[in-house]
Design a protein around this ligand. Sequence first.
Ligand SMILES: [Zn+2]
Length: 118
Amino acid sequence: MPLDLTTFTLVDKPVTLQEGLRILERDQFRCRYCGLDGMANFENALVMSVDFVVPRARKGKKDPQNLVACCRPCNTIKGRRVYGSFEEAKAHVLARREELRKAWQSKTAQLLSKSAKV
Ligand SMILES: [Zn+2]
């Protein structure tokens, strides 16, 4: 659920603004999956949101224990799967990020070497 910086409200409102801000403050505006610091700069702040560890679609509760600060990329990667624990979800997200990083690195290396030959 993205944080709307223009109104400082949480879009889609599965949790209230106050509830969301309490979670972000508790987690010091850092993504609990990848550690992205939502306070470091504006671009980071734009992607911060609050994640339901057990998704709402899977009857995850709106309970602080089930809510974590999360950047949108990690939220997308995590998807709606249900994990045994937060640690398991985190391990999955970090492993998938690493796979994506490698794919991105090899793709950009190809593109750069192509453009260098032109
Ligand atoms: Zn993240």
